[in-house]
Design a protein. Structure first.
Length: 386
């Protein structure tokens, strides 16, 4: 069990040694891609060395995939049996939606306008088959009030999809409270945690989340090409995904081409050959997050978030993010013209930030220091004024 421990500036500086690029670069683009850690690189090289010297080692490789599942389960307080692995959140979402069947009048999927576009696109593509209709909860002033879920989620709602954090401005939702509203109407509670997990504590049991998915390249310190899917065990047994594959079967190595024999629990949402190399990287990245502790990281992020807001206000910048850190994640979004030009000019100053639409997003992680943020905002101000 991870003990709560305040992450000080000294601890953050010490952790920066784990990420070689931080010797030369300030990295506050973690909402897009985390910096490479020594442990993740070593894990990737471990796979490459094994492939080079052993040639084919499927038992070892699949064992590593299961280790990654176990590390993710630990991260969200689930069991390993409740975790499936796939290549992307798009694939995980399509698999979930493809397993749903309308139940009487319950044939509506409710999403929010804050979802990352892939969630809406995958859902609309599934809706084209006529299985369900889709409704969207609108964004107002960069966020969604919890009362809006009461208006849109009703007895006809089959599934409600909720993003943990808004990719555009960092608005963070209260998953436990929203889950209570959603479940009151009998809807399945589906969470895309990609934009906040790793910087905010997630407990699927305490928050009573039915389904959760995320990838690893952002705050979980991994790389593209792998995603995890949690499905509550009692729900998983009721679902039969139409997007499947041999690793989703009870015995993949039976090679029974004419037999659709779904595995027990969430493993039925596994598909084809698992993403082996990315699983090595994902396991190593999540080990770091679990070692530091998500509650400790969340506390650190709230401190850095408030510090960023204060700096932005001091420089009289136009802030697109919430002003209350209780409803704000790691991202501090600054409105600007030509945000991608701002990103490029920051890179010239050895600062990695991330543009989206008309904002430049400054997204620290637990290893970011206040001194780093002071430098970042000073350069943003200079670029905006020029």
């Amino acid at each position: 069990m991870i003990k709560e421990k305040i992450i000080t500036e000294e601890i953050a500086k010490e952790w920066q040694k784990e990420f070689p690029i931080l010797k030369e670069v300030i990295h506050v683009g973690n909402c897009s891609q985390a910096p490479q850690s020594r442990r993740v690189r070593a894990a990737i090289e471990e796979y490459l060395d094994n492939w080079l010297t052993v040639g084919m080692d499927w038992d070892y490789w699949v064992t590593e995939v299961n280790k990654a599942k176990k590390e993710f389960a630990k991260l969200i307080n689930a069991s390993e049996e409740e975790i499936a692995v796939t290549s992307s959140v798009s694939m995980a979402t399509a698999s979930v939606l493809g397993s749903l069947k309308p139940e009487g009048s319950r044939s509506k999927v409710v999403l929010t306008e804050m979802e990352f576009p892939t969630i809406g696109q995958v859902t609309l593509a599934q809706a084209e088959k006529g299985n369900f209709e889709v409704d969207f909860i609108p964004v107002q002033d960069g966020k969604i009030e919890e009362e809006e879920y009461d208006k849109y989620v009703d007895a006809d709602t089959l599934l409600t999809g909720v993003t943990f954090g808004y990719y555009q401005n960092g608005f963070k939702q209260n998953l436990k409270r929203i889950g209570e509203i959603v479940h009151k109407e009998g809807s399945i509670f589906f969470v895309d945690a990609y934009q906040a997990i790793g910087t905010a504590h997630v407990d699927v049991k305490e928050m009573d989340i039915d389904i959760l998915t995320t990838g690893n390249l952002k705050y979980l310190l991994g790389i593209p090409g792998i995603a995890f899917l949690y499905v509550k065990s009692e729900l998983a047994e009721k679902l039969q995904p139409s997007i499947t594959g041999w690793f989703g079967m009870e015995n993949p190595f039976a090679f029974e081409i004419k037999n659709l024999d779904f595995a027990a629990g969430t493993r039925r949402f596994d598909t084809g050959t698992p993403p082996i190399l990315t699983a090595f990287a994902a396991r190593a990245g999540m080990e770091i997050i679990n070692e530091v502790g998500t509650k400790n990281i969340e506390q650190r992020i709230e401190e850095l978030s408030q510090f960023s807001l204060n700096l932005a206000q001091d420089y009289k910048m136009r802030i697109a993010s919430p002003s209350n850190t209780e409803e704000k994640g790691a991202v501090t979004a600054i409105e600007c013209d030509n945000a991608h030009d701002v990103e490029a000019k920051l890179k010239d100053q050895k600062i990695i930030a991330s543009a989206r639409g008309n904002v430049i997003r400054i997204a620290p992680h637990f290893f970011t220091t206040k001194e780093n943020l002071e430098t970042v905002f000073k350069h943003v101000d200079k670029i905006l004024k020029s």
